[in-house]
Design a protein around this ligand. Structure first.
Ligand code: SF4
Ligand code: SF4
Length: 375
């Protein structure tokens, strides 16, 4: 909501939505003992240096909101700039989970009408067009009419494409589906955004509608397993959907089917960037490495797996704070070892952000590497 609109609401004498109570699980907030361990790992703090933009600062602000501070725009630079990378949770000696607390706080701020313009735009795009880009094209525009007409209506396996591959990297979608089709995988008749951008930015009620729609689509197809190549879709489908779904990431599926894929060896060396929402949040570390090592030589980055640094793209930060987001990506590129031919990752948002950071080494998705080994 824009400042002007909110100001007008006050002037009309109507009850201001900001007077809503700020409710959040107190135990999760008070777990933070303000030791400051997270100051040394928060990538946003590393990039901007404001005390309020490190994990401890965010936790203190949320505590103050719980204790009666009126929710206002003042808290947004702190609470809207967390990428939800989760490295603070992995390092916190008190067992706090700051990204979970930040997401819950964002949901409360949305209820109180305190949001950034970027968050509102993101929400409108998803609600109006079913995708986070506000793109008006068909979600399956990357398939020909004939290919679309031949899609099986029923299948045990569904490829959940996601907004990024549908609209920004249709070539990844084509390659992924080309591989998965060999295993009888189909697409949802009317897939919409997985709801990750809504959930990460606090629009939980809107997210519920989108999730309900996708669940109906999954039921329609009769699928028991969903395969996705986007780390954001993966964590959302697996951990946030109201029904327990069997969700497999593309690297896990590929690692399970290496023999059938009959991949050829390629004579180059790559490094691998762990997407936060695939790695740290869901512990998918070995599958992508197994796939890479079946094809070529893997040389690890400086900070990997649990310690991997964030690409800067998540949590709505790429949209809301593009400069900070790019700074994080540039920092991540400094972890790339010398002598590699490609940086491989398994999330289109990481591909996008790392590419935008403009390093010398090409960033590719794992499906591109696999496609090279198949062709
Ligand atoms: S979140 Fe954890 S690591 Fe950070 S200040 Fe609080 S207790 Fe310390
Ligand atoms: S989740 Fe990442 S960006 Fe957010 S507070 Fe923790 S370390 Fe910082």
């Amino acid at each position: 909501m824009k400042n002007e609109e909110r100001k007008n609401e006050n002037e009309t004498g109507e009850k201001n939505s900001k007077e809503l109570p700020f409710e959040i699980d107190r135990r999760s907030v008070y777990k933070c003992v303000q030791c400051g361990t997270c100051r040394s790992v928060c990538p946003v703090f590393d990039a901007v240096g404001w005390e309020s933009a490190n994990t401890r600062g965010r936790m203190l602000i949320i505590k103050s909101l719980l204790e009666g501070r009126p929710p206002s725009e003042d808290v947004l630079p702190s609470l809207a700039s967390c990428t939800t990378c989760g490295i603070c949770a992995a390092k916190c000696p008190a067992g706090a989970n700051p990204p979970e607390v930040v997401e819950a706080a964002r949901a409360q701020l949305v209820k109180c009408g305190v949001t950034t313009e970027a968050q509102e735009n993101l929400k409108s795009a998803v609600i109006t067009y079913g995708n986070s880009f506000g793109d008006t094209k068909s979600r399956k525009h990357w398939l020909s009419e004939t290919e679309r007409s031949k899609l099986p209506e029923k299948s045990e396996y569904v490829y959940f494409v996601g907004c990024f591959d549908s609209y920004r990297y249709p070539e990844f979608a084509k390659k992924t589906f080309g591989i998965l089709q060999r295993f009888g995988v189909t697409l949802l008749p009317d897939e919409q955004c997985c709801a990750s951008p809504l959930l990460r930015t606090g629009f939980t009620e809107d997210a519920e509608k989108v999730m309900k729609h996708n669940l109906e689509q999954i039921r329609k197809v009769g699928a028991h397993t969903i395969i996705t190549s986007c780390a954001g879709c993966y964590t959302t489908l697996k951990n946030n959907y109201p029904e327990e779904l069997r969700v497999i990431s593309l690297p896990e599926f590929l690692a399970e089917h290496l023999e059938e894929l009959n991949l050829k060896k390629l004579d180059f060396t790559v490094t691998y960037h762990d997407p936060c929402h695939l790695g740290r949040h869901n512990k998918v570390y070995n599958a992508p490495r197994k796939v890479i090592q079946a094809i070529c030589t893997l040389m690890e980055m400086k900070n990997i797996k649990e310690n991997a640094r964030c690409c800067g793209g998540g949590g709505g930060v790429r949209t809301g704070y593009p400069d900070i987001s790019l700074e994080l990506a540039r920092t991540r590129l400094k972890d790339v070892p010398e002598g590699v031919d490609y940086i491989v990752t398994s999330c289109p948002l990481c591909v996008r952000n790392l590419r935008d950071a403009g390093g010398d080494i090409e960033v590719i998705d794992i499906v591109e590497l696999v496609a090279m080994a198949i062709e």
